[in-house]
Design a protein around this ligand. Structure first.
Ligand SMILES: Nc1ncnc2c1ncn2[C@@H]1O[C@H](COP(=O)(O)OP(=O)(O)OP(=O)(O)O)[C@@H](O)[C@H]1O
Length: 273
């Protein structure tokens, strides 16, 4: 079965100078409407994977395909436009503009594209993330969790192909973090968005449909709909993955599935609901 991927990485490697290979031959596809968490030890290449998938970093070799658009060989201007129009970003630091209102922050990607802001679309997105009543406030007048909702609304305004979230709950207390996670889950389930999220936290990753593990820039397996306990267990054994052969992305533990099964896993999940 050929899957409809929001984004696909094909043999992607990323080197910094000669010494650092942040990604090493990563091949992975992320089906539309799926929620995937990327985990691994510090320095394993998680943010690099996310940044390559989002066209923020260029692979040294291999290619990234967003929908049916190959990002290889695109100019900086083209990549900037692709990111603005087709990718939503949510970072640990909310990256909102303090001088703008909530509504203007959310509308910014539309204005930057030189397009008129559709008031209904704007109101709909603000309502969908639960911040309609704060639309005229400045970010500094909101809690961390509310600011992250604004960032999620801004990420959604252009109906992106892919939402990239790097430690989206990293700066939040556990209650706000849970709410933001539930919101990410909801934008996948109800709006059909595709979310790719980097996290260190097994409880956070357990919200995803699939968890992809990285070690030393290589895929070290994935788990489908795991519990936080299964993820934590796996994380403690990740160092063992260094023993696997380069290029061997087969899973070695019970319950694991190959990358190509991520889409099937999601179908199962939704089918169960
Ligand atoms: N701009 C850069 N220049 C040089 N090396 C870099 C650069 N960005 C990342 N690296 C290196 O690439 C490797 C992967 O980094 P990356 O940030 O992707 O890891 P990570 O898994 O997200 O780490 P963390 O969990 O600590 O955020 C690391 O060894 C890092 O030091």
């Amino acid at each position: 079965m050929s899957l409809d991927h929001a984004v696909r990485l094909e043999s992607v490697s990323k080197e910094y100078g000669r010494a650092v290979r942040a990604l090493d031959g990563v091949t992975a596809g992320f089906p539309r409407g799926s929620f995937t968490a990327v985990m691994g030890p510090s320095g394993s290449g998680k943010s690099t994977l996310l940044n390559c998938a989002a066209g923020l970093d260029r692979p040294t070799s291999g290619r990234v395909v967003l929908g049916d658009t190959d990002l290889s060989g695109r100019s900086e201007t083209e990549l900037t436009e692709l990111r603005r129009d087709r990718i939503g970003f949510v970072f640990q630091a909310y990256n909102l503009l303090g001088a703008l209102t909530v509504a203007d922050n959310v509308a910014l990607p539309v204005r930057l594209a030189g397009k008129p802001v559709d008031p209904e679309r704007l109101a709909g997105v603000l309502a969908a993330v639960g911040i309609a009543e704060y639309r005229d406030r400045r970010p500094s007048q909101l809690s961390g969790g509310q600011q992250q909702r604004v960032a999620i609304a801004r990420a959604l305004i252009n109906r992106p192909d892919l939402v990239c979230a790097d430690e989206p709950t990293g700066a939040l207390d556990s209650h706000s973090g849970r709410q933001v996670l539930a919101l990410l889950r909801r934008i996948v389930d109800e709006l059909g968005q595709t979310v790719l999220m980097v996290t260190h936290d097994p409880v956070v990753a357990a919200q995803a449909d699939a968890v992809v593990f990285l070690v030393d820039g290589r895929l070290a397996g994935n788990l489908t709909r795991p519990s936080a306990e299964q993820i934590a267990e796996r994380m403690t054994h990740l160092g063992d993955e260094r023993m696997t052969r380069p290029g061997d992305q087969r899973m070695t533990r019970p319950g694991d599935e190959r990358m190509t099964n991520l889409g099937d896993a999601r179908t199962t999940r939704l089918g169960e609901r």
